[in-house]
Ligand binder design. Structure first.
Ligand SMILES: [Zn+2]
Ligand SMILES: [Zn+2]
Length: 836
């Protein structure tokens, strides 16, 4: 790295192309760039605010420095002013908030003028996915609305709002900023105290609405239906104004979320500079991993190196890293390397993750904007609620999971219409490896749609109880809650949760109905990790991953420190740990059995069959291995006595016949490794088609399954009742499994590696795996797949009632073992397994 003659920040910044050329200097560096896409600049288009926006509001916005809105802002405001619900889905930093604030502020002024309303003839509610974002927005609204006087009275109402302020908010605030959790647990159950606010509710703003997807999104959809019902009771029918990151078919997703007809505004009229977007594959190292597999340099190390180079060039850069620890690591490595070049540079790099105080975030924004800070390593927490415009480059350490979030992160680069650079560094897994070699899957495909499944009975049932507690449910309410509601009410009645009387269904229990469900879908109480010597709470582990992560004897990592678990108390949900540095790591081994409850759809592919239906997965952690650090040598295995966990969910599965195996030349002794390898790689590639995370899904492969009587590979949703991932897999099966076969066949390793068939969460320690036989097996399976429109990642036909979502890495450490009898392996799905 010849850095000494490169210009420092004080001497101006290189163009994106120059910056990229410098990153690619040197023979081995250039080879790492697998593709560069040049996206052309866009010129901004202005429009006028609709006539109905009050002149005082237009003046206040002008006073904030915006004389005329962009076209998309004006169009969104127009829909809102006409009383039509609307979703604005445009790029990062395109000014979506002004599109809804103009009509909201205008309505609040109208309301203040209305006779006899005591200055509160109109109110608005703002929902953000995080408390931090709501707090930021309150500040933004207060600043913008300062010239408008007392008609606009914004206030945050969340878990942190002091009790003595709450009454004021309920009685006097005109713009209440909160989150869906508070709506679910606080506002709706206590709606009587909010009656005057709800009676005048004109608008409900739903910011960052693309974050409401999958199981969480389905819960929020039901919370919004409850809100509409309670509003109707007070004679209000609010208009919904939604802001989304770029997404496909946003009106459909917004309609599913709110249950009302929503118009969409998607044509982004804000200006943008040219973007050079490079795909980057880290090189293979000399190290070898499990079973001697070749190992690539990690995306974290590679991103840290690129960040260092960009900072030296004076290029303001954010590196997006998937985990908190990874973000901290990138910052530390970059700082160390920079110290070797220039003692003043390390201080100009920082790490950012969720959970920072507002003042800390403000300081960070200021420092990035002023250029005092040149490099920032961040988790995706930065996507929300932090205003960082004015960057020159964005590094993505690993594919962020969806094209929508890839573009949202890349969109952070480019200040005021200037050119920008984005580099995605692939991780050592099948999906990233596939993407860096198939740029068309990124650049020629539309972004995903945000889908959710409000009809999931596991989601809907507790909301029916909560709704009944708010106001007795009647036959007239059934439409609002969808086609499953009638059936479920009967079940809830039989379970004694609801009681039917002549006037409707009532909640008659003493406990709060809203406590029946956690809308973030964590599934069971988290286990607290407590240091036994001090009693200090170190953190928590999801209930679903506790058995694999903090079983007795487990080595547990927390903020770079190592602890040994002394005891896991499942009754108290506590794991007691001691600080220590053992020379080994532990890996839980488990057995997974899967039972077919019902096969709902079946498609013949010649003799092969592909199915979608309901399954029951039984998962038990049975032992753990101690493995020497560095070499991975197994030091011993210890048995564990933990109860099995059961998950009823949805799955896709495929079978092949013995005749097909013969034809494909797969011998019986190769079969388990072929199925297992195909299963791993297909789980790795599914996120490209189903907008999930590989940790959201699980798999099992069995050479002879009792229910099918055939060699079978299952891939299932890791959420009770399913979350739509496997359904999407079924509908895109041909494209999905074709990409799977290609990813395995194209991998440059000899016998399987993390870039193709090895899985980081394998329940069997990645054994057996047969890469070559897996390719033959998939070729044989696909040979009779029906021709159809060649579905591309993400644009497969969308079945009605489909659901999807990515709940983020659940942290399920995965564990490991072949079920007794040696039939196949299991990949635990989902960090959120909740049904016990
Ligand atoms: Zn490989
Ligand atoms: Zn496995």
């Amino acid at each position: 790295m010849a850095q000494d003659h490169l210009p420092q920040s004080a001497h101006g910044r290189p163009s994106p192309r120059t910056a990229l050329e410098r990153l690619a200097t040197g023979a081995d560096r250039a080879a790492r760039i697998t593709h560069t896409e040049h996206l052309p600049p866009r010129v901004g288009r202005h429009a006028n605010w609709p006539e109905s926006i009050r002149p005082e509001v237009v003046a206040a916005i002008a006073a904030a420095g915006i004389d005329r809105p962009w076209e998309h802002q004006a169009r969104a405001a127009g829909h809102a002013a006409r009383g039509e619900s609307v979703v604005v889905a445009t790029g990062t930093a395109s000014g979506k908030s002004l599109g809804y604030l103009a009509p909201v502020l205008s309505a609040l002024l109208d309301g203040a003028d209305a006779p006899g309303a005591g200055g509160r003839g109109a109110t608005a509610l703002y929902l953000a996915p995080t408390k931090a974002l709501a707090a930021d927005q309150r500040r933004a609204v207060s600043a913008l609305a300062a010239p408008l006087g007392t008609a606009v009275r914004p206030a945050v109402y969340d878990g942190d709002t002091p009790v003595e302020e709450r009454e004021w908010v309920r009685q006097y605030a005109t713009y209440v900023l909160t989150n869906p959790d508070m709506l679910h647990r606080g506002i709706l159950p206590g709606h009587a105290r909010w009656s005057s606010f709800l009676r005048h509710l004109r608008y409900v703003v739903i910011d960052e609405c693309h974050t409401y997807r999958g199981v969480f999104g389905s819960h929020v959809a039901q919370v919004l239906r409850r809100l509409r019902r309670v509003c109707a009771r007070y004679g209000a029918e609010p208009v919904f104004l939604l802001a989304s990151a770029t997404a496909a078919d946003p009106a459909r997703a917004a309609g599913l979320l709110t249950g009302v007809q929503v118009a969409e505004v998607t044509d982004d009229a804000s200006p943008r500079g040219e973007l050079a977007f490079a795909l980057w594959e880290p090189p293979l190292t000399q190290l070898s991993g499990e079973h001697g597999a070749p190992v690539r340099r990690t995306a974290t190390a590679e991103a840290a190196e690129l960040l260092t180079d960009l900072v030296v060039q004076g290029v303001r850069t954010v590196a997006f890293v998937r985990s908190r620890r990874g973000a901290e690591l990138v910052a530390v490595i970059a700082q160390e390397r920079l110290a070797e070049t220039d003692a003043s540079l390390p201080a100009r790099v920082a790490a950012y993750r969720g959970g920072y105080l507002p003042e800390e975030r403000r300081a960070l924004e200021r420092d990035l904007h002023s250029g005092r800070l040149l490099g920032l390593a961040s988790t995706s927490a930065l996507e929300l609620g932090v205003d960082i415009s004015g960057l020159d480059a964005v590094l993505l350490a690993g594919y962020p999971g969806t094209r929508a979030s890839l573009w949202q992160q890349a969109g952070r680069a480019g200040r005021s219409g200037q050119g920008a650079l984005a580099v995605m560094v692939g991780r050592d897994d099948p999906l990233d490896t596939y993407l860096v070699h198939h740029p068309e899957a990124i650049f020629e495909q539309p972004v995903e749609s945000t889908v959710l499944d409000p009809d999931n009975p596991y989601v809907l049932a507790p909301h029916l109880c909560a709704a009944a507690a708010e106001l007795p449910l009647t036959e007239d309410d059934l439409d609002l809650f969808g086609p499953q509601a009638a059936d479920l009410l009967g079940q809830l009645e039989r379970r004694g949760l609801l009681r039917r009387r002549a006037t409707g269904w009532y909640w008659t229990r003493r406990e709060r109905a809203a406590d029946l469900t956690d809308i973030r879908g964590e599934g069971g109480k988290p286990v607290q990790v407590v240091e036994s010597a001090t009693g200090r709470l170190l953190g928590t582990v999801d209930a679903s991953s506790a058995h694999t992560a903090v079983h007795e004897g487990a080595v547990h990592l927390h903020q770079g420190r190592t602890y040994l678990v002394e005891q896991l108390d499942l009754d108290e949900n506590v794991a007691l740990v001691t600080r220590t540095d053992p020379p080994y790591s532990t890996m839980a081994r488990d057995t997974t059995a899967i039972r077919v409850l019902s096969a709902d759809v079946e498609e013949p592919w010649g003799e092969a069959r592909i199915h979608f239906g309901s399954v029951e997965v039984t998962h038990q952690v049975v032992s753990y291995l101690r493995r020497r650090l560095l070499t991975g040598e197994v030091l011993g295995e210890t048995k564990l006595d933990l109860p099995p966990r059961t998950l009823r969910t949805r799955a896709v599965w495929w079978t092949v016949t013995d005749a097909q195996l013969d034809a494909a030349g797969i011998h019986p002794e190769e079969l388990p490794g072929a199925l297992h390898a195909a299963e791993h790689a297909s789980i790795g590639l599914l996120p490209l088609f189903a907008t999930c995370d590989r940790w959201d899904i699980g798999g099992v492969s069995v050479p002879l399954h009792a229910d099918t009587g055939l060699p079978t590979v299952f891939v299932y949703d890791g959420h009770p009742g399913g979350a739509g991932f496997s359904e999407r897999a079924f509908h895109t099966a041909r494209a999905w499994l074709t990409a799977t076969r290609e990813a395995i066949a194209a991998c440059e390793c000899d016998f399987g590696c993390p870039s193709c068939v090895q899985s980081p969460k394998c329940g069997n320690g990645n054994d057996p795996l047969d890469k070559a036989a897996a390719v033959r097996l998939l070729t044989c399976l696909l040979s009779a797949a029906p021709d159809g429109p060649d579905a591309q990642p993400g644009d497969a036909p969308e079945p009605a009632g489909d659901a999807e979502g990515a709940a983020g890495p659940g942290g399920s450490q995965d564990g490991a073992a072949r079920p007794p009898g040696g039939t196949g392996g299991g990949e635990p799905g989902g960090g959120r397994r909740g049904v016990e």
